[in-house]
Design a binder for this molecule. Structure first.
Ligand code: ADP
Ligand code: MG
Length: 696
């Protein structure tokens, strides 16, 4: 399998070079892993008489009777008459005419494959795949012919999608079952009714029937999921077994005092459960590496605070890192207020902390008298040194890169526990594959008494009513967000739209009766900050903004979120925006404004969004509509790059793979039993081929 590809019959140095450059195929084994993307079903040669306007692609066999060219230069075309025993059909080429002229010999038998169209009532096929039928050999038999992904450069060298199949065919003449040993346990294959690895490889390249092809496909997809899950399961188990963390053994006086005397409400069931999970992790002496997913407003902050008190009770410092100045400021103020009657020292460190203040905070942190340090990524800087950092909490995870988070590691001899909090729910299927090596907590419950946000979609012609509604809400003392799409901060048109929108809002809500803030990405940081603060302090009633305000801002008095050109936003983004309202006790509203013409997909998206407030449902739907490639934070993880399997359409298979890996790892965590020899060997071979990203 590791033989260089140039040693294969039909390859040679030139083609080998191209195969390497174009498809990354260096070895025999890699050619085997280059799978067909479709097949020409030669088991079913059909007839011209069968063709009707509903016919999709069709395979025919017959003779060429006439070949003609017509037209000049770019209008030049080649037409050939093709006949079988039931009728005739016209074949047309606009390209490669010279070559086709030589290839098409009247009187010879060809197979033709393509999608027919009707012209003046007669069927014809433009640029069909065509092949001379040899009297003997591979092409003479009936079978499913594989067609492989290829590239323009390869095609020029005679390696079209079908010709690559000839190479694969040559390869199969050289190998046997021994070369593709089984890696899955026998009893699992039996249980799942899957073919062996050898059979699967043979049948995916050269299936004898559609059924054989389907079975091979199922086996290989299952294997992909299974191996990926197993590797992540083993990573996780290893971390649980071997990673050293600072033990937070006791629940001490501060935690208890806060819990009993200062907690302003009862914890929700979900919050209690997550606290238990965190307790279990941190008491054990291993390092916690946990992702906390909680929908907007589910109360993650208090979980963070309790966790940091737990660390303080055991003599350790904590840091809480947020993605923006405003958010860290809000955390600082909120937590300071909650802790005001307790001797816990909380400090705030951001890019705009004055230098004398900064010096003071850095010294106190190094000396250990700061218990909780809150800040932006200023916290990551080399200069920030802790005496005993035991807990690092990261809020709104998706704004931080993996590398940034990893820097928190280096701040203590024994790595601190890490809790990453995100309001972007990750669908279960995605979490299983992308973050399978992490521990995950889910808060799927909102604090009691919240009124669900009412969401509606309004067309442009209803704008006056929407503006009237906003005016009423302002009169009742509420505040309003109006969001414009500015997907690329550099996009000139979007920017002009925003400015026009702002003027428009001013016309509806004139000063001095109304006050308006504006925040967008082209503003200087301090200007942004000042505008934001005015809105937070209720000095302005309307906030006109782009998605820069999307994350985490807390203005409980804001009750209406208007989203302009809502069709331009993705579901997850809409959900984040909506989460800015509904934070107080008032009924809140989200109004999606669009032009009168909206595409079908956008309409479906907006419909889904109006129908539910459940972030997990929205995330599932988002995944379904957009595919995994676009999901925030997973783009570079590599964990989703399956060759054949698809985590959405094959999710049933994914679930089964998950079940079986869990079972196997429970029974034989190190894969030492003879039954798992194949698996163990296989994993040793693939190790290092692709490493999954870790959260921290
Ligand atoms: P998020 O998960 O979006 O960060 P926050 O932590 O900001 O949510 O909490 C949102 C609001 O809910 C805050 O005002 C907070 O005080 C309140 N809250 C949190 N937990 C509870 C609870 N168990 N009961 C009532 N209110 C709560
Ligand atoms: Mg929050």
């Amino acid at each position: 399998m590791s033989n260089p590809i140039e040693y294969l019959k039909g390859v040679g140095p030139l083609r080998a070079d191209l195969l390497k450059k174009e498809l990354g195929i260096f070895t025999f084994g890699q050619l085997l892993d280059h799978f067909p993307y479709r097949y020409v079903d030669k088991t079913r040669i059909r007839t011209i008489a069968e063709i009707n306007p509903a016919t999709d692609t069709i395979l025919l066999q017959g003779v060429i009777t006439e070949v003609d060219t017509s037209g000049e230069k770019r209008g030049r075309r080649l037409t050939a008459q093709f006949r079988d025993r039931t009728g005739t059909l016209e074949l047309t080429w606009f390209q490669g005419i010279g070559w086709m002229q030589k290839f098409l010999v009247p009187g010879q038998v060809y197979t033709v494959y393509g999608k027919p169209a009707f012209f003046l009532g007669r069927p014809q096929i433009t640029h069909p795949e065509i092949e001379a039928v040899q009297p003997e050999g591979q092409d003479g038999r009936n079978f499913m012919e594989p067609v492989y992904p290829s590239t323009e450069k390869l095609k020029v060298r005679g390696l079209t999608g079908r010709q690559i199949g000839k190479l694969t065919f040559n390869l199969f003449q050289l190998i046997s079952e021994r070369d593709i040993p089984e890696n899955l346990p026998q009893n699992l294959l039996r249980l799942m009714g899957l073919p062996s690895r050898w059979e699967a490889y043979r049948d995916i390249h050269f299936p004898g029937s559609q059924t054989a092809c389907d079975r091979a496909m199922e086996r290989l997809k299952f294997e992909e999921f299974f191996i990926a899950q197993l590797r992540m399961g083993m990573l996780r188990a290893n971390r649980h077994r071997y990673s050293q963390g600072v033990p937070l053994v006791k629940v001490g006086p501060w935690f208890n005092e806060f819990y009993e005397r200062h907690l302003p409400f009862q914890l929700t069931g979900a919050q209690k459960r997550v606290m238990k999970e965190i307790r279990r992790d941190t008491a054990a002496g291993r390092q916690m590496n946990r992702l906390l997913q909680g929908d907007v407003g589910s109360g993650k902050t208090i979980v963070a605070l309790l966790t940091m008190l737990l660390a303080a009770d055991n003599g350790y410092q904590s840091c809480l890192m947020a993605p923006t100045e405003i958010l860290s400021q809000q955390h600082y103020e909120g937590l300071s207020k909650l802790l005001k009657e307790m001797p816990v020292r909380v400090e705030l460190l951001t890019g705009s902390t004055k230098s004398a203040e900064r010096k003071r905070i850095l010294a106190a942190t190094l000396e250990g008298s700061v218990h909780i340090l809150i800040g932006t990524h200023a916290l990551i800087e080399q200069k920030v040194q802790f005496a005993r950092l035991g807990m690092a909490i990261v809020d709104e995870q998706h704004r931080f890169g993996v590398a940034q988070r990893a820097k928190l590691w280096e701040k203590a001899a024994t790595p601190p526990h890490v809790l990453v909090m995100t309001a972007t729910p990750i669908p279960r299927t995605l979490a299983m594959t992308a973050y399978g090596d992490l521990d995950i907590s889910v808060m799927d419950e909102l604090p009691p008494g919240r009124q669900p946000i009412k969401t509606v979609h309004r067309l442009e012609d209803r704008r006056p009513q929407v503006m009237d509604f906003i005016r009423d809400e302002i009169t009742r003392g509420r505040q309003i967000y109006i969001i414009f799409p500015l997907i690329e901060e550099s996009d000139k048109m979007d920017y002009e739209n925003l400015m026009r929108g702002y003027e428009n809002v001013k016309a509806w809500f004139p000063e001095p009766r109304y006050r308006i803030s504006m925040v967008h990405g082209r503003m200087k940081a301090d200007q942004k900050e000042a505008n934001m603060q005015r809105f937070v302090r209720n000095e302005t009633q309307i906030m006109v903004a782009t998605t820069v305000i999307e994350v985490g801002v807390n203005v409980p008095n804001a009750s209406v979120m208007v989203i302009e050109s809502a069709e331009k936003f993705g579901l997850s983004q809409l959900h984040q925006l909506r989460g800015r309202v509904g934070r107080g006790s008032e009924q809140s509203y989200c109004i999606l404004l669009t032009g009168n013409k909206v595409s079908k997909e956008a309409k479906e998206r907006l419909h889904v969004f109006c129908a539910t407030n459940d972030g997990f449902k929205i995330a599932e739907k988002d995944l379904e509509l957009r595919g995994p490639g676009d999901i925030e934070g997973t783009r570079q993880s590599g964990a989703l790059n399956f060759k054949l399997a698809n985590i959405i359409s094959d999710r049933a298979l994914l679930e089964r793979a998950r079940e079986h890996t869990t079972l196997i790892l429970e029974q034989d965590p190190e894969l030492t039993s003879t039954e798992h020899t194949g698996l163990r060997t296989f994993l040793q071979q693939v190790r290092g081929r692709n490493e999954w990203s870790r959260i921290s």
